[in-house]
Design a protein around this ligand. Structure first.
Ligand code: 5AD
Length: 288
């Protein structure tokens, strides 16, 4: 063996070791005296710009496609996160926020579609639970027999180590519970919201905008969904894996079950309410 290959092999071993060490290194802990921020998420500008504008001492941080605004509310650190739309984008934004900012709590908020007729545009749903409305196993149907949603069974992808489709234990709807501390703050300031009611219920998330009334009715009957959107259950799943408390707060911007037409300004109304929730949470839960 000549000297060159031995040197290359040595360098390769060192490079490999460095790579392993880098990959396994724990993420940097938050500075000891820095308070862990509250993160507030929203998918679109119309759901977060107003909140970002309320931050004191604000700085903007871009991480590829995601934007975070860091600042304070009442002197307490708050990060507003634009997650982008949909489950994948929201999951990635949540993981980024968890790793970068070590939040003490996360609120996922924004617009949603109503799943029951007595819920009106501008009403707000506090997510006592969030469910994934995009995770199912279909029934078997032979060629030419079309599709029937009635035969679909939910799949809990967090439940099975093997093939979820084959495991009967995975045939249930996973429910991500809203955090009690955040719920307490949200209930406390309920009276400040004058543009509609603030109710509590199940938020359903998927990357489908449902407009089939029978399907919506089935979600409502089977899983108790009060409203649907595209991010909360995903953010809740990731926050759960990081042990970060999370609450979904969603304003009804449209409701096909009662003819409620889309109103983009609901996104602002939701932010006004969430601002009060954040202040209550900071003042009464975190600063105690
Ligand atoms: N169905 C699904 N998503 C909705 N959104 C508002 N209304 C609905 C609805 N009826 C939200 C989603 C996503 C964007 C399309 O608006 O959360 O971010």
């Amino acid at each position: 063996m000549n000297a060159m290959p031995r040197v290359s092999a040595g360098l390769f071993a060192v490079a490999l070791l460095t790579a392993c060490v880098t990959r396994e290194a724990a993420p940097a802990p938050p500075a000891v005296d820095a308070a862990r921020p509250v993160v507030v998420q929203g998918a679109m500008d119309l759901e977060i710009r107003k909140l970002a504008g309320t931050l004191e001492h604000v700085t903007e941080e871009k991480v590829h496609g995601w934007t975070f605004w860091r600042g304070t509310i009442d002197g307490y650190p708050v990060v507003i996160s634009k997650t982008l739309k949909g489950m994948s984008n929201a999951a990635a934004a949540t993981a980024l926020a968890a790793e970068r900012y070590h939040p003490v709590a996360i609120i996922n908020q924004g617009t949603a579609g109503g799943h029951e007729p007595d819920l009106h545009v501008y009403d707000i749903v506090l997510g006592i639970q969030a469910v994934n409305l995009g995770s199912f196993k279909t029934g078997y149907r032979a060629r030419g027999r079309g599709s029937s949603f009635a035969e679909w069974t939910p799949l809990d992808l967090m439940r099975s180590e093997g093939s979820a489709g084959e495991d009967p234990n995975a045939r249930s709807m996973r429910r991500f519970g809203g955090d009690e501390g955040l719920l307490t703050a949200a209930r406390r300031v309920r009276g400040t919201y004058r543009k509609g009611r603030v109710v509590e219920g199940v938020i359903g998330s998927s990357e489908i905008w449902n407009s089939e009334i029978d399907r919506i009715q089935r979600f409502h009957d089977q899983f108790g969904t009060m409203a649907e959107e595209m991010e909360t259950a995903s953010a809740a799943q990731i926050a759960g894996l990081f042990d970060i408390p999370l609450l979904g707060i969603r304003v009804v911007s449209n409701n096909i079950t009662n003819g409620g037409t889309y109103d983009a300004l609901t996104g602002e109304a939701c932010q006004e309410y969430v601002y009060d929730v954040v202040k209550a949470y900071i003042g009464e839960t975190l600063k105690r």
